[in-house]
Design a protein around this ligand. Structure first.
Ligand SMILES: [Fe+2]
Length: 375
């Protein structure tokens, strides 16, 4: 059995409490734009999202409020062989690495490699060889898990129990993007947004995330690769980042689950070799904000399309599916997907947006009307 190299796995005390200056010095060695101006350390400290114990109630409320969150000790999302006891995080990681390293599929996935982040196509086995070489830098962009051998070891349901995307039309359910996140220490993911609420579970490794509201950032000169044409690298500097009201940062470590609202652009450096799993999702608490954002700003993937080119409106489907399921869906599904947070979500949405904005959002109104009916 493959073993995790204990010399590269720090203790939880070590990974949870490096000094902020040491942390950003490490990040700056990877991404020169992470240099923090001397006078701004205390302001930066105030922007940190601290890890708290996993709490589904808090997660649902933060979804409704679009507040990024970091949960430690999320239940390990591992499938176990019949009769085996529940896997620890280390055991689950070992099983996962073994499956990845032994994957026979000849399908080539897209990865970014080296400091220049050039695109390469590799099988999963080739990727894992590359990743195991401490001198190589690689990061995944689209290693989807559904219908692959990875589903034999990762408990996908435990990760997306509340996600309504998989139940929708094929075009919309594919937005879920349940994917492996595999990257080497030293990898940089340039500033971008996904326009979806994200969950990201870390089996192993460490990443520093900087996040901000993409539109506030844009107004102050920070680029988001998914919303503006970028020549080579997104414009980014720490002084501007720290000045933003919406700016937040945090470090994701072994066993942590991150929630990132879809309005937030992010810039991420991998500090220690990382294996995790990410997905996009919609549930009752975040549906109102999600479709409002898509209607207000146009979803990232529709930016370069004319209305006539959009054959299937995911926004409309999400709105009608959420409203219909809220009114008459199975009780079990509604409980799992946070239907009891509908009033909280509605109040949060009413507080966040003025009537003059809301009146233009027909898709959001479909959901709001359903939540108002409170069956
Ligand atoms: Fe992202």
């Amino acid at each position: 059995m493959e073993c995790i190299d204990e010399s590269i796995r720090p203790t939880s005390a070590e990974i949870r409490a490096p000094s902020m200056k040491a942390l950003f010095a490490e990040a700056q060695a990877i991404d020169a734009k992470m240099k923090v101006p001397e006078a701004l350390w205390s302001r930066l400290r105030g922007k940190q999202v601290k890890a708290v114990d996993h709490d589904q109630d808090l997660w649902f409320r933060n979804m409704a409020d679009a507040k990024p969150s970091l949960f430690r000790d999320f239940p390990v999302p591992a499938l176990k062989p019949v009769g085996a006891k529940k896997a620890s995080l280390d055991e689950a990681t070992e099983r996962l690495l073994k499956v990845l390293r032994g994957a026979r599929s000849q399908h080539k996935y897209r990865f970014r490699t080296g400091r220049s982040r050039s695109l390469k196509y590799m099988t999963i086995r080739e990727l894992m060889k590359y990743w195991s070489n401490p001198r190589s830098i690689v990061t995944t962009t689209d290693l989807h898990i559904r219908d692959t051998v990875i589903e034999k070891v990762i408990d996908v349901n435990a990760l997306s129990d509340f996600n309504l995307f998989p139940l929708m039309h094929e075009d919309t359910s594919s937005l879920e993007m349940m994917s492996m996140v595999i990257s080497s220490a030293g990898a940089l993911t340039d500033s971008h947004s996904d326009d979806m609420d994200i969950s990201n579970y870390c089996f192993f490794g460490s990443k520093l995330w900087l996040a901000w509201d993409t539109h506030e950032g844009h107004e102050h000169g920070l680029d988001d690769c998914d919303r503006v044409e970028i020549e080579e690298h997104a414009r980014f500097d720490m002084k501007t980042f720290i000045s933003l009201k919406s700016a937040r940062w945090f470090v994701v470590n072994d066993g942590d689950m991150l929630f990132m609202p879809g309005n937030m652009a992010h810039r991420v450096v991998t500090l220690k070799p990382y294996v995790g799993v990410g997905a996009f999702y919609v549930a009752f608490p975040n549906a109102l904000r999600t479709v409002s954002r898509w209607q207000n700003y146009t979803a990232n993937w529709e930016l370069d399309k004319s209305p006539e080119e959009i054959e299937h409106s995911s926004r409309e489907e999400v709105a009608s599916y959420v409203a219909k399921t809220f009114k008459s869906g199975p009780k079990r599904l509604k409980n799992k997907a946070g239907a009891s947070y509908s009033t909280y979500a509605l109040e949060s949405w009413l507080k966040a947006y003025s009537q003059s904005k809301r009146k233009h959002w027909s898709s959001a109104a479909t959901i709001a009307d359903a939540y108002n009916s409170s069956p």
